[in-house]
Every structure is written in structure tokens, then in C-alpha cells.
Design a protein around this ligand. Sequence first.
Ligand code: A4P
Ligand code: MG
Length: 184
Amino acid sequence: MTVAYLGLGANLGDARQTLKDAVVCLAQQHTITVLAKSSLYRTAPIDAGGDDYYNCVVKLETTLPVRHLLALCHKIESHFGRERPFRNAPRTLDLDILLYGDHSIDEPDLIVPHPRLTERAFVLVPLTELAPDLTIPQRGRADAFLAAVADQRIERMKSPCQCPVLNALGGSNDSTSTTKGRCS
Ligand code: A4P
Ligand code: MG
């Protein structure tokens, strides 16, 4: 079992709902237990155009090797209609592996910890909400990078989660889910 953190983002379609549904989809995988989900945040696009994004971070435990986890992320993105017309294009769903245990991976198509993790408020803020004392392999404490991204607009969504499925899994902020099933 490996503890991993995934970053979720979306700014096309019903982005807010898609993020909630994607967390449920992750929780339904037999190979994954979702341990916690951050609040949902509305964020200004960084190095990108289009509408504001919604972002959140999920902490999970998985039996999947990291490459299988990446393949699953791509499969779930496709399920939610992800297209890649150009780099940093608006998207229905992006799932990035932020951390995979304490592994450091540097391969052409997989870099972990995520290479821009410490430069983005839309990742750092939800990540440190979930794990205030988190240490990023080879980079140190995550919260040490927060000051440098303080100028990036990010707003925590205060409204309670309205999604009945997610609520059944334990709410937006709490430990979730042992519910298993299949995300079609
Ligand atoms: N890849 C390599 N490492 C990883 C990893 N750790 N996790 C490869 C996931 N994928 C990884 O990914 C491009 C390629 O990166 C994949 O083929 C995969 O093998 P992608 O999902 O097509 O595109 P991406 O995630 O947009 O790429 P990238 O380079 O990770 O973009 P960033 O840096 O994450 O920026 N502003 C706001 N407010 N909110 C956002 O969510 N997102 C971006 C994307 C820009 N601005 C944003 C947001
Ligand atoms: Mg991605």
C-alpha cells in the first residue's frame, strides 16, 4: 500500500460537479481507498487562459504501482471528456499525481513529485490543508512554499457539499469511503 496525493483541476463544463464526481470515481476503484479530500477551491488560471478553475487535492492509499495509477488517472480523465487540443488548454478534468509515497521519479512521461507542485497555490493550499506538516521529497516542507504563491488568487468554497453520493461517503472534508464499486 502506498499513500499518494492527486491534484484535481477543471475549468470546462460543470467543473465543480466534475471534481466531486471524479473523487467518487476514485473511491469506487477496488485498488484505491480515498483517505481524505481537501475543500474545493476556485482559482485563477495560472500560465493558462479560459475560465477560473476549480481545484482540490485527494489523499489516497493504493495497491497500484505508480504507472498503473497514472494510467487510471488518464482513463478517468477520458471518462469525463478530457481533450488536449494544446498545452494548458481548458479542460473538463485533470488528474495529476502530486506525490506517490516518498518516491522520486524522473522519466520522460512521469515526474513525481509533480514538477510544478511548489509553484502553484491551487496545489499547495489544498495539499497543506490536508497535510499541514507534509514534507515533499527532496524539497522540504510544503508550507514553506506558500508565501511565494500568495499573490495567486484562490478562494475556498465554503458552501457545504450538495452531492448526495459524496455526502454518503463522509462529506467534503472528512475521511471518506470504503465504498467500492465500479466507475463506468
Ligand atoms: N506527466 C508527467 N508527470 C506527471 C504526473 N506527476 N502526474 C505527464 C500526471 N501526469 C504526469 O499531462 C501531460 C503529460 O504529463 C502526461 O502525458 C503525463 O504522462 P496532461 O494531463 O496532458 O497535462 P497537464 O496536467 O495540464 O500538464 P502539466 O504539464 O502537468 O500542467 P500543469 O503544470 O499541471 O498545469 N491553473 C489553475 N488555476 N488550476 C489548474 O488546475 N492547471 C494547469 C496545468 C495550468 N494552470 C492551472 C491549472
Ligand atoms: Mg495532468
